[in-house]
Structure formats: structure tokens, C-alpha cells
Design a protein around this ligand. Sequence first.
Ligand code: ADQ
Length: 464
Amino acid sequence: MSGRLIVVSNRIPTEAEPSGGLVVALHDCLTARGGVWIGTSGDPQASPEPKLRQIADGPYTRMVFDISPEEHEGYYLGYANSVLWPLFHRRADLIDLQPDFADHYMEVNRRLAQMLADFTTPDDLIWVHDYHFLPLAALMREAGVTARIGFFLHIPFPVVADIMALPQAGDLKTWVAEFDVFGVQTQGDVARVMAHYRDDPGAVFNTQGRMVASDTGMRPRHFPIGIDAQEFAKLAAREEVNVQLGMTAGQKLVLGVDRLDYSKGLRHRFDGFATYLDRRTPDSPKATLLQIAPPSREDVDAYRDIRTELEQTSGMINGAHAELDWTPIRYIRRSVDRDRLAGLYRRADVAMVTPLADGMNLVAKEFVAAQDPEDPGVLILSHFAGAAEQLSDALLVNPYDPQDVALALEQALVMPLDERKRRHASLRDNVMKENIGWWTDRYLTALQTAPAPQPDLYVPGSAA
Ligand code: ADQ
């Protein structure tokens, strides 16, 4: 590759040696290839200058740009997290449509597009991450960028009916089509991207049924994101000894680990666990659900109520079922550091990963990597997590149905060792092979070998 790799994401790591799966993967990839990582500074400025500022140099360069406090409200809290996030997670009922949200979103993207046009050369490879920057390729093309531009969507792509709730539904077609590679997590996402163009004479489908937006040649492709599984497995084996939970012998540990977000289905999970408790017989194992869920995005209205709702629900369930030596639900709002988390995964008998919608869900993969292959725990996984496409040997559940969740929990808690080992071996095989290095290489190869960008903008509804 002759040009530089340029990664764009809303946040960029500020520490010299960053932690966390995706961030580490991009850090390693940029360290090996050289390049630039660009994101917002996280420090809103009254009058942001249209300039990229270098904040660190080394094997690769980190650059930031400022946004104003109003743009933080409108672009980040508003359009990205109060419109696109709920819409893409099948919660169109939660979207908050305010006209200045879209204006600020476009303004931030337009300013960044111009900064990138001034900064990049035609040989560079530009890799844009996530829903904060959907219009970036279209705006960069307008600003004269001819380099290859790829996109990766970390969250699910919505169904057409939900997209219609977006006032910019037509624009979304152009935004997506202008990327040379539009990467999504799953085959289901690819199908939903294609459905978005199905009735559009401006889009054509090749003989394999793959979509090619006529003017641009863009292809949606799936790239299921992975984790650094080897590393995580080592960490978990080392840390298990440090986990002290104060549980009595014979009690089983059921673990939930999530950001506090309505898409993660926590209240439904508690309902499923309560149904398990209601169905218990005297012989059933005593299980404690340890749910770790630190609050996130508390500035967004839709996030404030979940916390209270969960505290009330867990309080009611404990009130009905707790005994002197047993608290059925332990709900922890503090964040847990990575080492401890790895040890907890290893110690857990069951993990409940039951989102109502999720691009992938890395917790499911971390749990699998952390298990002792000779005595593994059981993964209960929602059909609606992207990870379900790869991890089909988990116990797959419908998170909306508390009976289904309770039955899976009963099955998991008494599953014989040979079945646990068989299921885990298959899951582990996938998590180890399709790891984060595999994902980065696969994506960048696709972008490097994508057909050269076409100069014309895709116009929805216009036949080629
Ligand atoms: P997230 O919604 O943040 O990411 P997820 O993939 O579940 O979701 O987790 C990200 C990371 O945060 C994991 O490494 C996990 O260990 C950590 N984490 C989560 N809860 C934690 C807690 N309570 N304490 C400490 N650490 C915690 C988005 C998409 C996902 C997609 C990822 C990557 O929403 O669907 O899998 O990007 O593409």
C-alpha cells in the first residue's frame, strides 16, 4: 500500500498504550502500517476552528478536531444518540426529532469532510467508523476526495420500515452508496442494506444477487468483528484466582455484563431470571445473577429512566425470593476493570447475553474465550445479537419471552459436562479463528481491492 491508512472515529484513544478490543486492534494495525487516527477532541470549543490538531506522534499520528457545545448537543447527543442509535436498534418510538440535530450533524460532517479533503492524498485509504459519520463519504466526494473510502457500521442496519421514520431516509441511500465498501457486522445486516435499495431503479443487483449502487459500485459486505481471544483467555486464566464473591458452596453464578443501554434488554433479562426463580423446585440450583451495568450517555433522556427501572425491578425480585444466605440478583452500577472482568467471566457458570438488538456483542465472545475448556460455562445468547450468526452453539433465546429465557437458564444450570464441552469447543473455535486480527485484515483487504471510486454521486431513484 503506497498511501497512508487514515482511521476516523468519533472518539480516539488518548493514552499511549490504549486498552479495549477494537481500540487495541486499530492501534496495532496503525502501529504496523503507519498512518493517522482522527476523531473529536472531547473538549467542546465556543468557536471551533476548521483545523485538525496533532495530539500525538509515534508509529502513527493522532489528530483531533473540535466541535462546539451546541454541536455536542445536536450532532453527538442529538442526531447520533437520540435519532440514529434508537432507530438502528429498532426503537423508532424513542427517537427525538429536532431540526437542529440534523443541521449540527451535517455541519460537523461537512467540516470534517473539508479537513480530510485538505489533508488526504488519492493514495490514502480512509476507514470511517460508525453512525456518527454516515454522510462523510458523500461530503468528501463533493469536496473532491478521490481516495478509497470505507465504512464500518458497529451497530445493526435497520429495516426499511424503521428507516422511513427518519426525515433523511432518502439521503441515507446516498450516504451509504458513496462508500467504496460499506461494512456491516452480519449477513442479516447486508440483507437489510440491500432491501433499502430493492425498489430503487438507481440500484442494480448483479447475478449473484449482490447489490451494486449503479453509479458508485458500492457493495455492502459483512465483517463480523472479533476479539483478541488468545490474550483474553490468558488474562482470564490468570485472574480467576482473584475473584472473591462471598457465595456459599453449590450456588451458581450467572453473569451479565453490559453498558446500561435500552438495547441490551436488561429489564427483560431480569424478568426471565424472575421466571426461572418462580419455576424453581427444591432440587433446582440456587443461582445468583450478578449484573454489572455502569450507566452510559446519562445526558440523553431515554437513558435516565432505565437505571431507576432496573433498581426497582431487582429490588422487587429480591424482596420476593431472597433468603438469609442468598441474594438472587446483585446489580452493580460500577464499572469493573478488564482484569477483574476476565476473572469473573472465567468463574461464571452461565453468561446471559440477551440484547434486544446488538451489532455484534463482544461480551459474548469474551465469555467464550475466558472459559476453562475442561469445565466450561454456558452461554445464553439472544437471537438478536449479531454474534448469534457465528455462535450458533450457544443456547439461543428470544429475549422478549421470559419463559424461553427461564427454560434456557434451567438447561444451562444443569447441563452435563460433555455437552458443555462440546458446545464450548465449537464456540471457542470460532472466537479464536475469527478474531480481531482476522477482522482487520479482512476489512482492509476488501477496501484495498475495491473497484476504484467512481466520480459521480449516487442519486436515489435515478436509473443508470
Ligand atoms: P457496545 O454497545 O459498547 O459496542 P459490546 O460489544 O457489548 O458493546 O461491548 C464492548 C466492550 O465493553 C466489551 O469489550 C466489554 O467487555 C466492555 N464492557 C461492556 N460492559 C462493561 C462493564 N459493565 N464493565 C466493564 N466493561 C464493560 C458497539 C456495538 C456492539 C459491537 C461493538 C464492537 O453496540 O454491538 O459488538 O460496538 O463493534
